[in-house]
Design a protein around this ligand. Structure first.
Ligand SMILES: [Zn+2]
Length: 407
């Protein structure tokens, strides 16, 4: 008797739960698009009327604050994991791991997903029965716990940008059983031009307008061709600062002993890893020497400062980090090969801010939305998709919860 009672109770509880959640249109779809290196002010500076229109129909933050360092891979991973780089594993575009005794470079997670130490949103979705599709996103091809998104592409820069838009729309028109409810897209051209010519150059303007046109088309097609309620989230990983050849810091002049240290140059920061046999005394001697030579050009990051930036003790944290600010970077190029241009990777400042724009049936227009850290986007997307967070994260669901329309 007890046995039957338990079954009855289970059925009853399940029935109630289904009635509460299975309302028409309650299953939201999220399209997350990243425009690499799109600074918070590019919409006005370079003219992006389509993106501006989407912002008017939904919500636009004053800026999206990148995690440290404000580089492409750490930030894209923070957006899709809700974690600081120390916790998702991709602590820079290039870094060294003193335990693995291996170097990581952008995209190495594709061959070996153990570089990533947490679950991206597309894995979270798939684990909970929600199909996901990625038409590019840094490390989106990585097979994590044996799984990728249901649909994904191998990264290739020359893939025409329009093809990416077409595919995203096609995915959303698939029959219900095959259709993804989470889709990501990625465009690199604005960042490329920003590096080459500097943030204010007309070439960046052209790239912005090109992507703006595509986003406008996507938005239009989502309204006219797709039956499902689609929420569009436009983000960028970071902004862009002007850099000057004359301000560049030649780090080869530091004469760092390769017998004792491994130097990884992140351009906006110099990461100095100590070899296993290097003593604390030898690290301190180098620290003192670098302190004495800094001449106002750079600084040594303190432990307190790094902790504040979310950097924790991992095998990927260098013994010494030198920081600098625009228009300087660290270089070993001879002076005649140095060029003005643009870059990012600095501590958070207004120039490093990216964009956050969201619009769609589940998103409330709310103005103004202050600048916020990109670690809060992941729990927001999870809420939109009705996903349960499976482990603690750095991001806080409360930050963007006011943007969600309640039924
Ligand atoms: Zn870049």
């Amino acid at each position: 008797m007890r046995y039957f009672g338990a079954i009855f109770l289970t059925l009853f509880v399940t029935g109630v739960a289904t009635a509460n959640t299975a309302q028409p249109n309650s299953e939201q779809t999220v399209v997350l698009i990243s425009i690499d290196g799109f600074r918070h002010d590019y919409i006005e500076l370079h003219g992006a009327p389509n993106i501006a229109k989407i912002a008017q129909q939904g919500i636009r933050a004053e800026g999206l604050i990148p995690v440290y360092p404000s580089k492409t891979f750490p930030n894209h991973l923070s957006i899709v994991t809700g974690q600081y780089p120390s916790n998702h594993g991709i602590v820079d575009n290039n870094f060294y791991d003193t335990e693995r005794k291996q170097h990581y470079k952008m995209g190495d997670g594709v061959q070996d997903s153990t570089w990533l130490t947490t679950l991206p949103i597309w894995n979270l979705a798939e684990f909970q029965g929600v199909k996901a599709a990625t038409f590019f996103w840094p490390e989106s091809e990585a097979r994590i716990n044996g799984r990728t998104a249901s649909y994904y592409y191998k990264y290739s820069t020359p893939t025409p940008n329009r093809q990416r838009i077409d595919q995203i729309v096609q995915w959303l028109k698939l029959p219900k059983a095959a259709r993804p409810r989470l889709v990501t897209g990625y465009f690199s051209v604005v960042d490329t031009m920003g590096h080459r010519f500097g943030p204010e150059a007309p070439q960046v303007g052209k790239a912005v307008q090109h992507v703006d046109q595509l986003i406008g088309e996507l938005w239009q097609r989502l309204q006219t061709e797709v039956d499902e309620p689609v929420n569009l989230i436009l983000v960028s990983d970071h902004g862009m600062s002007q850099i000057k050849a004359e301000a560049m810091i030649d780090y080869s002049a530091f004469n760092i002993d390769e017998q004792l240290f491994e130097v990884v140059n992140g351009a906006t920061r110099l990461m100095i890893y100590a070899h296993e046999s290097t003593t604390t005394e030898q690290i301190n001697v180098l620290k003192q020497r670098l302190q004495a030579a800094k001449n106002g050009q750079y600084w040594l990051e303190t432990e307190a400062q790094l902790a504040q930036l979310g950097v924790t003790e991992t095998a990927r944290k260098p013994a010494i980090i030198l920081g600098t600010k625009a228009p300087a970077i660290f270089t070993s190029r001879p002076p005649e090969k140095r060029k003005d241009g643009g870059t990012h990777g600095y501590h958070s400042n207004r120039d490093m801010d990216g964009i956050f724009i969201a619009a769609g049936p589940a998103i409330k227009a709310k103005a103004p939305l202050q600048r916020f850290s990109n670690i809060h986007i992941y729990p927001f997307m999870a809420q939109l998709l009705g996903l349960e967070l499976l482990s603690p994260i750095d991001g806080d669901a409360k930050v963007l919860a006011p943007l969600l329309k309640q039924d």
